[in-house]
Write a protein that binds this ligand. Structure first.
Ligand code: GLN
Length: 486
């Protein structure tokens, strides 16, 4: 049996019944990686030995009658999540040999649950990008068609799940980086409410927007991962003291009584007809399953990209000031003096997109421009928050596309950052407002590339989101469809 192709809940069943061991499952995933990794390129670091030690420990725990849903399950982590003793590069030359002295809270939680960490997966440098082409260590490819991007910035996480190179993965989402690659790779990706999951040990890009979340093969797995990853953490003052529900338990109810809002601004000109068709088909299925469809409006959507591309770079310019060549990370050894050391280390350590953002952010925060750019962007952010509040008075979840078009060809937009920024228009607002969003596979383009459907809900309404997504997944019947391009 190809254990690597199974989901968390399928494997958990077999593991609990002792029909398979975690060591066998982990070996199956490691063999799969050997077979397909040269075509996908999802991983930056793999630690076979440690993974097998963790698998043996999980088997022991289960042998003693312990272990929950994630026990013995091989996972991959986006390479901006600190792992004690395991290199954490953020896809950047500046952190090429950085080995964190501690685990992120989310890693502690996953390890406590008995999960097996296979390794660290590719990403756009410091999570800045939408195609994973901004990575200093090679570019992963879309497992459905190797000429196409897998999306970003959690491209390695989504590609690894889609290629069965792990059973599930953790990604991060600042402006769509979980949902967009999940959509392009035909897997499920959830960005939880801001504050649901601790950000302690997540290397900061834009702290008021960053959130960790699961990328999985189906919605049930997503619920199981979210349960383990969530919760208040005294080490992250923005994590919220709110009970963590039994998310998987919410998956039994149907859609009757659920109000599904269709935000007009997410279906405007420029939307690819194949994407629109697949998403509208999803909406029809939800209606047939008993959901009530209502029209809603998010009138400030069009300003989201402009506001985000001020706020995120502004926060990044401050967060990334710590990479100075002194404290940790890459250092240029030929510098003449301190200023030269900063300049040379940062010039060589950061890639072009990161430098572009640092410059935009520094400019937007500088005296004289602060009011015109940063303050204005924050005012727009408030309007977007208000849009969501008003919309959720009329509905429980909102359904829309995740991206205006399916994945683009590798290289197609490398010289056109603006068009890449604009492609984030449908995911960015959820981060600005802090609400949860999920991407669920809902179809394929004529050329066989996956298309995702996005659902958004009010703060801490992940249960509604998962319940709606679970029902849609059932009606669509495309879950479990795997790529044949590997
Ligand atoms: N594409 C967006 C950006 O480049 C979002 C990235 C993310 O969510 N990390 O900023």
């Amino acid at each position: 049996m190809d254990f690597y192709a199974l989901t968390i809940h399928q494997l958990n069943d077999l593991l609990q019944k002792k029909e398979v061991s975690s060591v066998e499952v982990t070996n199956s995933v490691l063999t799969r990686i050997e077979q397909v990794e040269d075509k996908v390129g999802a991983y930056i670091t793999i630690d076979r030995e440690k993974a097998l030690v963790q698998a043996a420990a999980a088997d022991k725990l289960m042998g003693e009658g312990g272990g929950g849903a994630l026990c013995g399950i091989p996972l991959a982590l986006k390479d901006l999540i600190c792992t004690k003793g395991m290199r954490t590069t953020c896809g950047s030359k500046i952190l090429e040999s950085f080995v964190p002295p501690y685990d992120a809270t989310v890693v502690e939680k996953l390890k406590e649950a008995g999960a097996v960490i296979i390794g660290k997966v590719s990403m756009d440098e410091f999570a800045m990008g939408s195609s994973n082409e901004n990575c200093a260590f090679g570019v992963p490819r879309n497992p459905w068609n190797h000429d196409y991007i897998c999306g970003g910035s959690s491209g390695g996480s989504a590609a690894a799940v889609a290629a069965d190179e792990c059973i599930a993965a953790v990604g991060s989402d600042t402006g769509g980086s979980i949902r967009q690659p999940a959509s392009h790779c035909g897997v499920v990706g959830l960005k939880p409410t801001y504050g649901r999951i601790s950000r302690f040990g997540l290397v900061a890009y834009a702290s008021s927007l960053d959130q960790l979340g699961p990328i999985t093969k189906d919605v049930r797995d997503c619920a199981l991962m979210l349960k383990v990853m969530s919760g208040y953490d005294p080490k992250d003052s923005t994590s919220v003291k709110q009970e963590v529900p039994d998310y998987a338990g919410a998956l039994t109810e149907g859609l009757r009584g659920l109000k599904v809002g269709i935000p007009a601004e997410y279906f405007e000109e420029g939307l690819d007809p194949e994407v629109e068709k697949a998403v509208r088909n999803g909406i029809d299925l939800m209606q047939q399953a008993g959901a009530e469809i209502v029209d809603v409006s998010l009138p400030h959507t069009a300003y989201g990209v402009a506001a985000y591309y001020i706020i995120a770079p502004a926060e990044a310019s401050s967060n990334l000031a710590r990479y100075d060549g002194i404290r940790y990370g890459f250092r240029d050894m030929d510098a003449d003096d301190l200023a030269d050391l900063y300049r040379k280390s940062r010039s060589q350590g950061f890639g072009d997109e990161v430098k572009r953002r640092i410059m935009i952010g520094t400019y937007a925060l500088s005296s004289g421009y602060y009011d015109a750019y940063y303050k204005k962007a924050l005012q727009v952010r408030t309007l977007i928050v208000e849009d969501f509040k008003a919309a959720f008075e009329k509905c429980d979840v909102m359904v829309s596309p995740v991206t205006p078009a399916p994945a683009w060809r590798l290289g197609e937009k490398v010289d056109d950052p603006l068009s890449v920024y604009l492609s984030d228009i449908l995911t960015i607002s959820a981060n600005l407002a802090g609400v949860p969003g999920i991407s669920v596979p809902c179809g394929f383009s004529g050329s066989g590339l996956p298309i995702g459907l996005q659902m958004q809900a009010a703060h801490f309404e992940e249960e509604k989101l998962l319940r709606a997504a679970f029902n849609l997944e059932k009606s669509l019947g495309i879950v479990g469809q795997r790529t044949t391009a590997l």
